[in-house]
Design a protein around this ligand. Structure first.
Ligand SMILES: Cc1cc2nc3c(=O)[nH]c(=O)nc-3n(C[C@H](O)[C@H](O)[C@H](O)COP(=O)(O)O)c2cc1C
Length: 177
């Protein structure tokens, strides 16, 4: 698939069929995500792929109503996290710029973008979810103390291609000065 087509046709998918997502495929996605740029190449993003039914139910409990369907039907639930106190910090453990912790979120976003585009290329649907009970999610995956949950991504194969929500034009988004 051409990059432009992949970019334009990736959609947030919120309903999946029950086809299994193989471990090799999940590996391929993280293999793509590892090429994301990151603050001083700190590479702080981590992925937890949840396939166990018991753990998936625990994640479901951490989700608000509007994220229930995607989470429930997902073949695999991805929790992406960041190793803290690295991205955006200098060697003395101080913030390197006024954006502070913002850079670790930025790095995770860059990584998630590659992850979800690669998923699209391989025929998988994804939806990044930002609203969840953080403590419950962290507990479910036995998150180490030096990591923080950033996003939960429901993923699976799907039948129905969602419609594209309207996009703003380049005339609004771009200022060439
Ligand atoms: C940081 C972030 C958080 C999001 N959180 C949610 C969410 O909690 N639930 C949901 O259904 N979609 C969520 N989305 C998906 C957006 O609603 C979606 O990307 C947007 O409507 C554009 O649609 P598209 O991805 O199909 O192009 C999130 C997306 C991002 C990037």
């Amino acid at each position: 698939m051409e990059l432009q087509q992949c970019i334009e046709t990736r959609r947030s998918v919120r309903k999946f069929n029950n086809q299994e997502v193989k471990d090799e495929v999940i590996n391929e996605l993280v293999e793509a995500a590892k090429f994301a740029p990151s603050w001083k190449n700190t590479q702080v993003t981590r992925y937890y792929a949840i396939k166990s039914q018991e753990k998936k139910e625990k994640i479901l409990e951490a989700m608000p109503d509007f994220n229930q369907e995607a989470t429930k039907s997902a073949s695999v639930i991805i929790v992406s996290t960041v190793v803290t106190l690295r991205s955006g910090y200098n060697r003395q453990g101080e913030f390197d710029s006024p954006k502070g912790k913002g850079w670790q979120m930025y790095d995770c976003g860059c990584s998630n973008m590659l992850f979800t585009l690669k998923a699209k290329e391989l025929g998988l649907g994804t939806v990044i979810m930002g609203i969840y009970d953080e403590e419950k999610v962290a507990k479910t995956i036995d998150l180490p103390e030096n990591e923080e949950v950033v996003s939960v991504i429901a993923m699976g194969y799907y039948e129905e291609e969602p419609q594209m929500p309207k996009r703003k034009g380049v005339d609004v988004l771009l200022h060439i000065i």
